[in-house]
Design a protein around this ligand. Structure first.
Ligand code: FAD
Length: 347
């Protein structure tokens, strides 16, 4: 039976859900707070129409064997071009390496700085700059995860299939929502939706859960980034790799050359450099400490009072997710709902 599905937010999570429900024959409406689709992935031409800019920083789509289903889903619904991502990382002591560190750079580093630790050189200073008073918790959390590679590979995403969307990210999201009803500049919450509950079979929220519930249990903490763009006239690439991590810089975390990150080589003489730096202006990365994890649990328990409403995506579930995992979550949610209600399934 045809269902009526309302999706809040048109980032990759909302757009993937929209495609899945639409292909299964249901009516889908998406309401997006912003004036454009794409969420964190939003990109487009600058005011003068000369430079292509990723407004919330550079992205690279990458899939592992475990997220193959998401890769197939995206390849079926939009055009992606293979890509290879490389990152150069500048350390604190005039050292540099491809990131993540491989065996070559590990041995070079140990030769140059026998008394120093690679972790302190490349990771700790970044964590302090980014996480400030939360850095101690964060360093403890990532310490075990950080290990130099045990091979000589120089890729950032070793062994993962990497892509860029052929016409940019916002167009990729537009491909996904083809045939769905889209309403822009529409911010919704539990309060604003109450009157139309009966109209919908499913309401899926892909925006911040605390905002949706009017901060009933307080505001969840996030760390954010902000971006400064600098345009430079040059016939050649400006950076040696598309992203350079700036560990030793007091403000900036990394610099990316947007032209190098596009699917089709962008030969424009205007090179766009994007500098990111920590900022509380945006709510990007959950601060997963005891207090916040308790709060999110309260929100999740409370959401059980509203069986029609489900939460999906990075900010809705207060969990950092990459694009592939976000799509996997959307597929899993769609499958759960369709199995529960015996609807047509996704193959
Ligand atoms: C700096 C940075 C770099 C990243 N780089 C990569 C990368 O290289 N590769 C990768 O795989 N992943 C990367 N990620 C992760 C990736 O951005 C996320 O996985 C993905 O964008 C999450 O999509 P989403 O749809 O869940 O959330 P979002 O993109 O945040 O979408 C949520 C949408 O909901 C809308 N919204 C908010 N409130 C409301 C409301 N009240 N009513 C209606 N709509 C609302 C928002 O405007 C937004 O459009 C990066 C993340 C960050 C922070």
């Amino acid at each position: 039976m045809k269902k009526r599905v309302l999706i809040l937010g048109c980032g990759i999570s909302g757009a993937s859900l929209a495609r899945l429900f639409k292909d299964a024959g249901h009516y889908v409406e998406i309401r997006e707070k912003g004036k454009e689709v794409g969420g964190m992935l939003r990109d487009g031409w600058d005011k003068e129409g000369k430079c292509y800019v990723s407004w919330d920083g550079p992205h690279i789509i990458n899939f592992s064997k475990e997220t193959k289903k998401a890769e197939n889903f995206l390849l079926k619904n939009t055009t992606l071009v293979p890509f290879k991502h490389k990152v150069l990382c500048l350390g604190n002591n005039s050292s540099f390496t491809y990131w993540p560190i491989n065996l070559t750079y590990k041995s070079l580093f140990e030769f140059m700085f026998p008394k120093k630790s690679i972790f302190d050189e490349f990771v700790a200073s970044y964590s302090k700059k980014m996480w400030k008073k939360h850095a101690k918790d964060q360093i403890e959390r990532i310490k075990d995860r950080f290990k130099p590679k045990d091979n000589y590979n120089q890729d950032f995403f070793q062994g993962r299939n990497q892509y860029q969307p052929v016409r940019g990210y916002s167009n990729m999201v537009r491909d996904l929502i083809r045939g769905c009803h889209l309403v822009l500049n529409k911010s919704e919450s539990l309060k604003s939706l109450k009157k139309e509950f009966d109209k919908w079979d499913y309401i899926i929220v892909t925006s911040h859960i605390d905002t949706f519930f009017g901060y009933k249990f307080g505001k969840l903490q996030f760390k954010g980034l902000d971006f400064e763009f600098k345009k430079i006239r040059s016939d050649e690439n400006v950076l040696p790799t598309c992203v350079v991590n700036l560990n030793q810089h007091p403000k900036y975390i990394r610099v990316s050359e947007i032209n190098q990150l596009q699917a089709k080589e962008n030969k424009s003489k205007t090179r766009v450099l994007c500098f990111d730096y920590p900022s509380d202006k945006n709510r990007f990365y959950p601060v997963e400490n005891e207090n916040n994890l308790m709060k999110i649990q309260k929100y999740k328990d409370y959401s059980l009072n509203f069986p029609k409403i489900t939460f999906c995506g990075r900010t809705a579930n207060y969990k950092y997710k990459d694009i592939d995992d976000s799509i996997m979550d959307s597929i899993a949610l769609f499958q759960n709902l369709t199995r529960k209600h015996k609807l047509k399934e996704f193959k």
